[in-house]
Write a protein that binds this ligand. Structure first.
Ligand code: NAD
Length: 500
């Protein structure tokens, strides 16, 4: 059984402790590797190597830094299929979907290739008489990323290209469930010419996370994962004086108004609910449907759900693969079981789903639950599986009220043919990312990604312009070069000199 290692200072490194845990292929249920779980000593080693690399990497010219980014972009594009297969094998998602996740990460790399333009400062000539003022941004130092299982390639690529292109060095703590993508990325960074120590990986669990959060030489922490852990990361790292962005869980609502193109809405919501087995932070897990079209909507949705091709992610024609672990399957099936108890109607029941040839796999079938109410358990928690709740409402105002009463605020969408309704929706919802006839509105890389309320702790969204601000801090220089003959006397009073 192969042991998955760390990557520190440009090479694979075995964990210093002896704790390991299995990594599974969720489609077969078989253990395919063992992961070495890191220790605080491993974090020390990685941070020390990153701190040393920062001394030189932060002094590289912008041109030299972005040359590495351009090369990394080429390698990532060239190896997308290989990386997608690796992701599919440990995560379970369909290979083409995994290639899509690499593609969204690639977009962030391309954004970071433009860093010389994006990092340009501001200059005020003659801000006061003979005085110029200019401002620019500098990297923070060693920054860390702690990432979830559901996007093992994309989420590290939301963080590291922007952190590295702005001159920081990076320590990644990937999910312990699908850790191999992190090492694949480390290898590509090295082949792109990134100096050793700029990108490091420490595998592990809470022990490694805690060592990062309490490490004096880690300046900032980017986290993506579930809400309780996001809250913990934010509180702990903030108390340690670090800059923190902690993106949490979600419960995303897709609203279908009576004037929507119903077939189009059903089509998109089915894919948004069941793609990647619902294990996306932007998956639509609640359809909020106007009463007058709800029966027809549910009928069409149920037909589509039954037609989803559920099988191993590397099989031709697969629409949806397994969920990540046996425990996740058990948890999701348990939550489906609460629906009828709470008074909802189980229209399509995905429990006990088996796939011929993959009997040991962690499969849950697409599930549709109608007449769900906000107090039902299946609505209140993030299921993170292939389950869609249908909540029936009287119209747009009630739909907005339902969304705003939910503690999460990651993404949402409205399906309508009315610009007025779309605008009212966009202005009314307390949610960070909104789609109009677009079910999963993940912003392109030159905007930033982030939710509201329990979906994000900290001020900063991730990647895009907010990512650059997160990974840099400002300096402002006020300068004068007085000609000897024109010297003015210094004043003891603070003066509004700019008006002279
Ligand atoms: P998770 O919170 O269990 O794990 C995320 C990371 O935190 C992992 O690296 C894990 O090792 C670490 N971790 C877990 N428990 C910890 C603890 N007690 N102390 C310290 N660290 C700990 O999340 P997950 O199950 O890997 O991912 C799914 C979750 O991530 C879902 O809630 C999903 O909505 C969320 N997510 C959010 C976004 C977003 O952009 N908002 C994106 C992707 C995933």
């Amino acid at each position: 059984m192969s042991l998955i290692t760390h990557w520190i200072n440009g090479k694979p490194v075995d964990p210093s402790g002896d704790r390991t845990q299995p990594v599974f292929n969720p489609a077969t249920g078989a253990e395919i590797a063992r992961l070495g779980l890191g220790t605080a000593a491993d974090v020390d080693r990685a941070v020390a190597s990153a701190a040393e690399a920062f001394e030189t990497w932060s002094q590289y010219s912008l041109g030299k830094r972005t040359a590495v980014l351009f090369k990394f972009r080429e390698l990532l594009a060239e190896h997308t299929d290989e990386l997608a297969r690796l992701v599919s094998r440990e995560h379970g998602k369909v290979v083409s979907d995994a290639a899509g996740e690499v593609g969204r990460g690639l977009e962030v790399v391309e954004f970071a290739c433009g860093m010389p333009q994006l990092l340009k400062g501001e200059y005020s000539e003659q801000a006061a008489t003979g005085v110029d003022v200019y401002s620019f941004r500098e990297p923070l130092g060693v920054v860390a990323g702690i990432t979830p299982f559901n996007f093992p390639a994309m989420v590290p690529l939301w963080m590291s290209p922007v952190a590295i292109a702005t001159g920081n060095t990076f320590v990644l703590k990937p999910s312990e469930r699908d850790p191999s993508a992190s090492l694949f990325l480390a290898d590509l960074w090295q082949r792109a010419g990134l100096p050793d120590g700029v990108f490091n990986v420490v595998q592990g669990d809470k022990e490694v996370v805690d060592a990062i959060l309490h490490h004096d030489d880690v300046a900032a922490v980017s986290f993506v994962g579930s809400t309780p852990i996001a809250q913990y990361i934010h509180a702990t790292a903030t108390a340690e004086g670090k800059r923190v962005q902690a993106l949490g869980g979600a419960k995303n609502h897709g609203v279908v108004l009576a004037d929507a193109d119903l077939d189009d809405a059903v089509d998109h919501l089915t894919a948004a609910a069941f793609g990647a087995a619902g294990e996306r932070c932007m998956a639509i897990s609640v359809a909020v449907v106007e009463d007058s079209v709800a029966d027809e909507f549910v009928e069409k949705l149920a037909a589509k759900a039954r037609a989803v091709n559920v099988t191993a992610g590397d099989q031709p024609g697969a629409d949806m693969g397994p969920v990540i672990t046996a425990a996740a399957k058990e948890r999701i099936e348990g939550l489906i079981g609460t629906a009828e108890r709470d008074g909802a109607e189980l229209v399509v029941d995905g429990r006990g789903h088996t796939v011929p040839g993959y009997e040991g796999g962690f499969f849950v079938g697409p599930t549709v639950i109608d007449r769900v109410a906000p107090e039902h358990e299946v609505y209140r928690v993030e299921v993170f599986g292939p389950v869609i709740d249908v909540v029936r409402v009287s119209g747009l105002t009630e739909a907005i009220d339902v969304i705003n009463a939910n503690p999460y605020g990651n993404g949402t969408a409205v399906f309508t043919s009315s610009g007025e309704s779309a605008r009212t929706f966009q202005r009314g919802v307390h949610v960070g990312m909104i789609g109009v006839n677009v079910p999963i509105p993940v912003p392109v890389a030159w905007h930033s990604f982030g939710g509201w309320k329990d979906s994000l702790f900290g001020e900063s969204h991730i990647y895009g312009p907010e990512g650059i601000r997160f990974y840099t801090r400002g300096k402002v220089v006020t300068q004068r070069w007085p000609h000897r003959a024109q010297r003015t006397e210094a004043s003891y009073h603070f003066s509004g000199d700019s008006q002279k």
